[in-house]
Design a protein around this ligand. Structure first.
Ligand code: NAP
Ligand code: F7E
Length: 383
C-alpha cells in the first residue's frame, strides 16, 4: 500500500506541483478544494480522474480552512500519513483589505488542522507540513534571514502566518506531533497567480511584445526578493516530512534581486532592452533596443515591425495604488540548514525561472490573441 497524503490548497500553485510530485512517488493524494461558482481546477486538470474510476490516486473533497467540522471529517475519513497545509489567503496586499478573513484562514485554520489530528488520535501517524513564509521576517532583523532570525511581520497576512508558525511549534512540543514549518521564501513558476509581481510582469511583457498591451503599472520597484522556482520548493516540503525528527527550515536561494531588475530580465529574455529613468511615482521604463534575432526566436517575426515603432516609448510606469501600507523591503534567506540536513539544493537559477515563465506566457498570450481575433478554427487545427 502506498502512502496517503492530504493537501489543502491543492488548486494553488504549490498544491498543483506537489500533487503531481506525490502521485509520481506512488501516493494516493487527497486534496481539499473550496467551492467556487466556476471550475477553478485548471492547474490540476491534467491529474484529474473521474470519480467512477477504481483505485484513483487523486481524490478531491470540498472543504474550507474556516470550517473545523469539515476539516475534521475529511481528515478522519482519509486517515492521511502526511498533511501538507498549503491553503491560505496568500496575497499580502489583499490581506490589508481582508484582515479578519486572513487571520481566520491563515492563522486559526492551522489550529483547526492540528486539533483535528489530535482529536482523531492520529498524532503518532500523521505528519504535518505547515506552509510558513519569509514574510514572517518582514522588517528584517538580520541579513540574511535564517531559522533563528527574530520575526517582525509587516502585514495582516504575515501576522496570521506568525500564529500558524507558533501553533505548529506548540503542538509539536506539547503533543509530540511530527509537525514542521517550511519557511519558504518567494517561489514562482508559470503556474503563479497572475497578481503576484513576477507573473504580473511576465504576462505584461509578453502582451507588450505581442502588441496586446501598451504599458504596465507597478508598485514599489526597489523591493528585493529571494526568488526560486516552485518546482524546487515542493521537493523541500516533501523532504521535511521524510525526516525522522520534525523541525523548521528556511528554504531559499540566498540571492536577492529588485523588482526593477526582474522587469529588465523579463524584457531581456525576449531580446528587448529597457532603461529605467525618473524616481518614485515618476519612474518609467522605455524600450531602447531590440535584439532582433532573439526576439524572432522567442516571440516571432510577425510581431517585430509593430514593436520597432515602440522604441523610445514608455512600457512601465508606477501607480501608488500598488504600494502597501507597510512594506517588506528586503528578503534574502540562508538555506544552510536545508542543504545540510535535507540535502536540498535548488536546480533552477533566477535566469532559468524567468526563461520558463516568459516562454509559457508568450505561448499563452499568443493563444489569447488568436482567440480575440476569432482564430478558434486556426487554433483547433493546430492543436
Ligand atoms: P496560492 O497559489 O495562492 O494557493 C492558495 C491555495 O489555497 C488555493 O488552492 C486556494 O484556493 C486555497 N485557499 C485559499 N483560501 C482557502 C480557504 N479558506 N480554505 C481552503 N482553501 C483555501 O498559494 P501558493 O503560492 O501555492 O502558496 C502555497 C502556500 O504557501 C500558501 O499558504 C502561501 O501562503 C504559502 N507561501 C507561499 C509562498 C510563495 O512564494 N508562493 C512563499 C511562502 C509561503 P482557490 O484556488 O480556490 O483560490
Ligand atoms: O510582491 C512588490 C511588492 O505580491 C513582491 C506571496 O506568495 O511571497 C509572496 O508575497 C514584491 C513586494 O509577493 C508590484 O510591493 C511592486 O515588495 O509578488 P508579491 P510577496 O508580497 O513577497 C511570500 C513569501 C508569501 O508568503 C506570499 O504568500 O513586489 N511589487 N509592484 C508588486 N507586487 C505586486 N503584487 N504587484 C505589483 O504591481
Amino acid at each position: 500500500m502506498g502512502k496517503v497524503a492530504l493537501i489543502t490548497g491543492i488548486t494553488g500553485q504549490d498544491g498543483a506541483y506537489l500533487a503531481e510530485y506525490l502521485i509520481k512517488k506512488g501516493y494516493t493524494v487527497h486534496g481539499i478544494k473550496r467551492h467556487s461558482s466556476m471550475f477553478n481546477t485548471d492547474r490540476i486538470d491534467h491529474l484529474y480522474q473521474d470519480p467512477h474510476i477504481e483505485n484513483r490516486n487523486l481524490i478531491l473533497h470540498y472543504g474550507d480552512l474556516t470550517d473545523s467540522m469539515n476539516l475534521t471529517h475529511i481528515i478522519g475519513e482519509t486517515q492521511p500519513d502526511e498533511i501538507y497545509n498549503l491553503a491560505a489567503m496568500s496575497h499580502v496586499k489583499v490581506s490589508f483589505d481582508t484582515p479578519e478573513y486572513t487571520a481566520n484562514a491563515d492563522g486559526i485554520g492551522v489550529l483547526r488542522i492540528l486539533e483535528a489530528v489530535r482529536l482523531l488520535n492520529l498524532t503518532s501517524k500523521t505528519r504535518i507540513y505547515q506552509a510558513s513564509t519569509s514574510e514572517l521576517y518582514g522588517l528584517v532583523q538580520e541579513v540574511p534571514q535564517k531559522e533563528t532570525t527574530p520575526f517582525y511581520p509587516r502585514s495582516p497576512y504575515a501576522v496570521a502566518k506568525l500564529y500558524g508558525y507558533w501553533i505548529t511549534v506548540n503542538y509539536r512540543e506539547a503533543y509530540g506531533m511530527h509537525a514542521s514549518n517550511g519557511i519558504l521564501f518567494n517561489h514562482e513558476s508559470p503556474l503563479r497567480g497572475e497578481t503576484f509581481v513576477t507573473r504580473k510582469v511576465t504576462r505584461a511583457v509578453s502582451r507588450i511584445a505581442l502588441g496586446m498591451q501598451q504599458k504596465v503599472y507597478m508598485g514599489n520597484l526597489s523591493a528585493q526578493r529571494d526568488w526560486g522556482h516552485a518546482k524546487d520548493y515542493i521537493r523541500a516540503m516533501y523532504a521535511i516530512l521524510q525526516q525522522d525528527e520534525p523541525s523548521d527550515y528556511v528554504i531559499a536561494t540566498g540571492i536577492t534581486t529588485t523588482i526593477r531588475d526582474f522587469v529588465k530580465m523579463s524584457f531581456s529574455e525576449i531580446g528587448l532592452q529597457v532603461d529605467f529613468k525618473g524616481e518614485g511615482v515618476n519612474e518609467v521604463a522605455v524600450i531602447n533596443f531590440i535584439d532582433e534575432n532573439v526576439f524572432i526566436e522567442k516571440v516571432g517575426e510577425t510581431y517585430l515591425e509593430s514593436l520597432q515603432k515602440r522604441i523610445g516609448q514608455e512600457v512601465v510606469g508606477v501607480d501608488p495604488a500598488y504600494f502597501r501600507p507597510t512594506e517588506v523591503e528586503l528578503l534574502i534567506g540562508d538555506p544552510t540548514k536545508a542543504r545540510e540536513r535535507l540535502g536540498w539544493i535548488p536546480k533552477y537559477s533566477l535566469e532559468a525561472l524567468v526563461e520558463d515563465m516568459m516562454a509559457s506566457d508568450v505561448k499563452e498570450m499568443k493563444k489569447e490573441s488568436y482567440l480575440k481575433e476569432g482564430g478558434y478554427k486556426i487554433l483547433n487545427y493546430f492543436e
